[in-house]
Design a binder for this molecule. Structure first.
Ligand SMILES: Nc1ncnc2c1ncn2[C@@H]1O[C@H](COP(=O)(O)OP(=O)(O)OP(=O)(O)O)[C@@H](O)[C@H]1O
Length: 770
């Protein structure tokens, strides 16, 4: 049989025993990378071969089963750790690295063997000295079944005082008889030397001693004792760095010397439990294949081609670099557009674990870094807690809503994030509770934010920002058909054959019952439809509980747009179309466009005049920049009044109002809209009621670029407007938009205020004077 071969120079794996092999040599690492880590962690068999000198390999090997394979990188080199269980002895026939051909050494049946008293007594003594109940059970089973060869194997694997060569000698024995003899000999030797096995003690005395021991055990506080022992076992199995190891084991020693009644006892136990539960050296092996990643991303997400492309580029760099150090993605955009779900897809395509840490509303630095152990009810921070749950030190960690961190009295959480996300510092991330450095540099951090402007500049500087914008109607339809519907149907346990959701019904659901850039409300609406269908199905089933088929019901249940109105009218608020409410437009009213954290929206601008002295009144919670834009628009109009043949507002007071008065509004992009509203007010000519405008203006009449082009155009489309006037300088962003939207919308690119007014007014005498 041909098996991958792992070389070991100390420690022998006997059949029935298990062994943890830290794989450090290049030869073994290469074997693992070539053969073992190809997508499989367990279900692998290997031959463990023993190096007796630098050139010589012992002729007998162990065929072993790989229970676990861990991989991690240290100083740019990959290391592994194998957990193996011994199965058989085997002769090495041919050694061709990375594999070798071996033939099993088959033991003759053990049934005819006379009971071996010496072996049995020694084994029982070993069992009674052992703390592991599974080991003593196994010993007793083997004694009962008279499997003396296996019993000898198990006993010898526990004789820690034997050397490497002695263990090899034992492995090389060809018959059960030889094995048992050797084992008995060593049991006696050990008994002579240090009494470990206590073989010399007469049976009756040993029994009495055993009883005494049991009584003593009863008197101990069993839980407290076992807890510390278990902790020690767990800690022993972890590979710590020297610095951490010194600290952990000195604390363990302190715990052992402590009285369980002391108040610090539990604090120390909890701390050590955390240390033992953290993945200090446990990582998953990255499995990045660009084609596979591309397929995962496109299967799980509709549209967002630019974002997927950026993500693939990012994954390619991770693959080439074999590291994710210093690459922190930040998905930004309105809610419900798939920021969280694309991060999940990234983790899936890398073969890493995924964990989401929600940072919304955090005010306290200790939420991230933990509390010092001296505080009552101290806890580790969210990062260490996440690592504990992931059980791997290289997960994809999603730091959700980093724009919603606030600074409180207890320090600034953003400052703690700075250290966490700094590639130079995060290999020694310091959690106050853990109070030891933990290497978080292998974690792939992904962050999300609705409003990137709210981030601290230093934090923003660390992030690679990927802007995501809302979806058009067609994109939402595709998402609904291919993802949301099937997800909601399976959530409500409804077969897709039972419902048919009409396309017009979906359009109604999107246009009339949602007003969002993403698809979260849409998913909720689909959920409401599914609940309605579930109710109808359940009612039909109730009428005849024993029926296999649904009685008197035509399947699939057709859901038309009329049904959508019926179902959602009671459950969801029908959206108010502000544009329709304002039509027909009066002179002085203009549709502007703005971007909020919920996506783009159409923002009406209203201007009216009354007799007065040229004063300007503004209402609607306008910010400083917006107020200044009004002055700029008025200034431009006054300067050009003569040319346009309009009166300036010297004998009038002007009132400018932006509805939805409770919402703060600011920013320069309303400049073009304000200029249009004032020109319309001055001339008495209403603006087009199917058009919206956005753009900053200068006093001399130039139209300057703005942000959020896609969001604004999509908002206009959602509101049923046909024309959008954009600054010419934003042409590039506009040209990157979906072809369908560009064909559907009539977008005018303007460089000057005159061009804007030309596009916003039709058939007006003013146009001739421009
Ligand atoms: N392009 C898409 N294709 C398929 N499903 C999508 C797409 N975009 C969003 N979804 C689905 O919409 C739902 C909401 O997405 P998600 O929770 O990722 O939004 P988010 O951007 O993280 O929102 P928030 O900012 O509120 O956290 C999810 O169920 C997601 O699968």
């Amino acid at each position: 049989m041909e098996l991958p071969v792992i070389f070991v120079a100390s420690g022998v794996l006997l059949p029935g025993a298990s062994l943890k092999i830290p794989v450090k040599s290049k030869l073994n690492v290469r074997t693992i990378e070539k053969v073992l880590s190809r997508g499989v962690v367990a279900n692998n068999y290997v031959a463990i071969a023993y190096k007796v000198s630098s050139e010589k390999v012992y002729e007998v090997a162990t065929i072993a089963y790989v229970e676990k394979l861990f991989g991690w990188t240290l100083n740019n080199s990959t290391q592994y750790s194998l957990d193996v269980v011994g199965l058989h002895r085997a002769n090495i026939e041919k050694l061709t690295i990375p594999t070798c051909t071996v033939s099993k050494i088959v033991d003759p049946k053990e049934v005819n063997m006379e009971p071996r008293e010496k072996l049995i007594t020694g084994a029982k003594s070993l069992a009674s000295n052992s703390t592991s109940s599974s080991f003593s059970n196994e010993i007793h089973n083997l004694i009962d079944e008279q499997e003396y060869g296996k019993l000898a194997d198990l006993c010898v694997s526990q004789m820690k005082s034997l050397g490497f060569m002695q263990h090899l000698e034992f492995l090389g024995t060809k018959t059960v008889e030889q094995r048992v003899e050797l084992c008995e000999k060593w049991m006696t030797d050990i008994g002579d030397n240090n009494n470990t096995l206590q073989l010399k003690v007469p049976n009756s005395l040993a029994l009495a001693n055993g009883n005494q021991q049991k009584k003593l055990n009863k008197r101990k506080i069993p839980n407290a004792k076992t807890q510390v022992e278990l902790l020690e076992e767990k800690l022993d199995a972890i590979e710590f760095s020297d610095e951490v190891s010194d600290r952990v084991f000195s604390e363990l020693q302190r715990l052992k010397n402590m009285n369980a009644q002391q108040s610090e006892y539990n604090v120390l136990v909890n701390w050590l439990e955390l240390v033992a539960a953290l993945p200090w050296s446990t990582s998953t092996v990255d499995d990045i294949e660009i084609n596979k990643s591309r397929a995962i991303l496109s299967d799980s997400h509709e549209a967002m081609h630019d974002v997927k492309q950026r993500v693939l580029e990012h994954l390619a760099v991770c693959k080439m670099n074999n590291s994710v150090k210093g690459m922190i993605l930040c998905f930004t955009g309105p809610p419900g557009i798939g920021k969280t779900s694309i991060a999940k897809a990234i983790a899936q395509s890398m073969g890493r674990k995924f964990h989401r840490v929600s940072l919304g509303g955090i005010r306290d630095e200790s939420d991230i870094r933990g509390h010092r152990r001296t505080y009552v009810a101290a806890m580790p921070g969210r990062i260490i807690e996440a690592l504990k749950q992931c059980k791997s030190n290289n997960p994809v960690l999603l730091l959700d809503e980093i724009d919603k961190l606030y600074s409180g009295n207890q320090g600034s959480p953003s400052a703690a994030l700075l250290e966490l996300l700094d590639p130079e510092q995060n290999s020694t991330f310091h959690d106050h509770y853990l109070n030891m450095p933990f290497d978080v540099s292998k974690i792939m951090f992904i962050t999300t934010a609705n409003d990137i402007e709210k981030l601290e500049p230093a934090l923003r500087d660390r992030l690679e920002i990927i802007e995501m914008s809302g979806y058009s109607l067609n994109e939402k339809l595709k998402i609904c058909e291919n993802h949301l519907l099937s997800r909601q149907l399976s959530k409500h346990c409804i077969s897709p054959d039972y419902v048919n959701l009409d396309r017009t019904a979906m359009v109604t659901m999107i246009e009339e019952y949602t007003m969002e850039a993403g698809v979260r409300q849409l998913e909720r609406n689909v959920g409401a439809i599914c609940r309605h269908v579930a109710l109808r199905l359940a009612e039909a089933l109730n009428s005849d509980p024993g029926a296999d088929v649904l009685p008197e019901m035509e399947l699939p249940i057709e859901i038309s747009d009329a049904d959508v109105h019926k179902i959602l009218k009671v459950k969801a608020m029908k959206r108010v179309r502000i544009v329709e409410k304002m039509r027909p437009l009066l002179p002085g009213v203009c549709f502007g466009l703005s971007v909020t954290t919920n996506g783009g929206r159409v923002m009406p601008i209203e201007a009216s005049k009354s007799k007065g002295t040229g004063k300007i009144v503004t209402t609607g919670h306008l910010g400083k920049v917006l107020n200044e834009s009004i002055l700029v628009a008025k200034g431009w109009l006054s300067a050009n009044a003569e040319r346009l043949g309009v009166k300036t507002f010297e004998e009038n007071d002007i009132h400018v109002h932006l509805p939805a008065g409770a919402i703060n509004k600011d920013g320069p992009s309303a400049g073009s809209g304000l200029a249009c509203a004032l020109v319309s007010l001055a001339t008495g000519v209403p603006l087009r009621s199917d058009a919206a405008v956005t753009g900053e203006i200068s006093l001399t009449g130039h139209v300057l670029p703005i942000g959020g082009v896609k969001e604004k155009v999509l908002a206009a489309q959602r509101e049923g407007l046909r024309r959008v006037v954009l600054p010419k300088s934003n042409e590039e962003e506009y040209s990157k938009m979906d072809l369908n939207i560009r064909q559907e919308m009539d977008v005018v690119l303007a460089d000057t205020i005159e061009e804007v007014i030309g596009a916003m007014m039709e058939n007006s005498p003013v146009l001739a004077k421009l």
